[in-house]
Design a protein around this ligand. Structure first.
Ligand code: F3S
Length: 391
């Protein structure tokens, strides 16, 4: 990969150890994927924030970077952590865990990364169309490429952090127009009715297509929330970083490979996301983190009802959306639910707070929770989740 004289200087350590390490990561990545050069980015989004998912070794590395005084060069945000410090009564109560989580957030914050702690940073600040980003967190990446028409590869935590420190990313993958062309047409036969059905479709297609780029036909009246669920599920079971919700998209020349999804495929995909039909201890909405509109929808469904005493109802979002939807947050909390921010059910500790069965409308959570949280899952629509949570 070509480096300018200035970039060479950074690689040689003339700007200090932290920037040298960051540049080394980018150069390794660029060489591996045959990038021609580094390109400037508008923003970075960093994953690897929850102590539960990154552990002690990463804290030591981050601390060394932070101690060297490294600062990010572009607007940077970070993913959810393992704790909502505003709702300690809902969280694991181990002082050492709380202290280590706090340290991680502080290290990132001291580097200049905004402590928004959300996987939907685009509800706070939308990137411009056709600008290059270095975003980690697969659901965020697929949303940026497919809905916001920005350009980002699926970065890992370290490469997104390196890009944030340098302000650039290697030019390969979907940063190049020729790698953003659809190569599979997915014909969706059933008419999808809920975000959960879109998630089930995404989980099915992700498994089938791996990293191919689909365009969909048959998705009618689909809103951004439903596309968010579709994309996040597809990026969980597969490696897709971009999809097109309809057939008016840039595509490879010639005939596209066609994959059909019928009613049975959808039903099987939906059913496979539940591991039990037992009653849940927790009902969880908010993966990916809710928009203000989603918080409002939950509030309108729950208004005047009461959450069962033996069930926790968690709605997760960012602090920004929580504030924006304050009125609806009030309705949910008056009914006995909790609107949490800064964390999510997957990256926090569930077993440790007594959860064995988790019900959710998120295909991504249903896919990951049995392994990442060691809980059984019940996957269902938002309506059924609310029914199950309430008396
Ligand atoms: Fe976000 Fe947590 Fe889901 S980080 S995408 S809410 S697993």
């Amino acid at each position: 990969m070509y480096l300018s004289r200035e970039e060479e200087r950074v690689l040689n350590g003339e700007e200090g150890w932290a920037y040298q390490v960051a540049m080394r990561i980018l150069v390794k990545l660029g060489d591996l994927f045959e990038a021609d050069k580094l390109i400037p980015i508008e923003s970075a989004h960093i994953s690897g924030v929850s102590y539960k998912t990154i552990g002690d070794a990463s804290i030591d590395f981050l601390e060394a970077l932070g101690d060297s005084g490294a600062k990010v060069k572009v607007r940077s945000t970070m993913n959810p952590a393992g704790i909502d410090y505003n709702h300690p009564e809902e969280m694991i109560r181990v002082p050492e865990v709380m202290e280590k989580q706090d340290r991680i957030i502080n290290i990132y914050g001291n580097m200049g990364i905004e402590t928004v702690l959300t996987c939907t940073p685009y509800y706070i600040n939308k990137p411009k169309e056709n600008t290059h980003l270095a975003w980690a967190e697969s659901s965020t990446v697929v949303y940026a490429n497919s809905i916001l028409h920005s350009w980002t590869n699926r970065e890992g935590g370290p490469s997104a952090l390196a890009a944030a420190l340098i302000g650039k990313t290697p030019n390969y993958g979907v940063h190049k127009p020729e790698n953003r062309l659809a190569n599979v047409l997915v014909k969706v036969e059933p008419r999808l009715k809920s975000e959960a059905e879109h998630g089930a479709l995404g989980a099915h297609v992700g498994k089938l297509l791996k990293d191919e780029i689909p365009c969909f036909s048959g998705l009618t009246h689909t809103r951004e929330t439903e596309l968010k669920h579709l994309g996040s599920a597809m990026a969980s079971t597969g490696m897709t970083s971009i999809f097109y919700p309809d057939t008016s998209c840039p595509r490879i020349s010639g005939e596209l490979e066609v994959v059909s999804v019928d009613v049975n495929d959808l039903k099987n995909a939906f059913d496979s996301l539940s591991t039990t039909n037992e009653s849940p201890d927790m009902v969880y909405i908010g993966c990916p983190h809710c928009s203000a509109e989603e918080v409002k929808r939950v509030a309108l469904k729950i208004e005047g009802r009461r959450v069962r005493r033996d069930v926790k109802l968690w709605i997760c979002t960012s602090r920004y959306v929580r504030k924006k939807a304050e009125r609806y947050v009030g309705i949910i909390e008056a009914a006995g639910g909790k609107v949490l921010s800064d964390t999510c059910a997957v990256v926090t500790w569930l077993k440790e707070i007594g959860i064995d069965v988790l019900m959710t409308n998120s295909a991504k959570t249903a896919y990951y929770a049995p392994t990442m949280n060691r809980v059984e899952t019940v996957f269902s629509s938002l309506d059924r989740c609310i029914e199950e949570a309430c008396e």
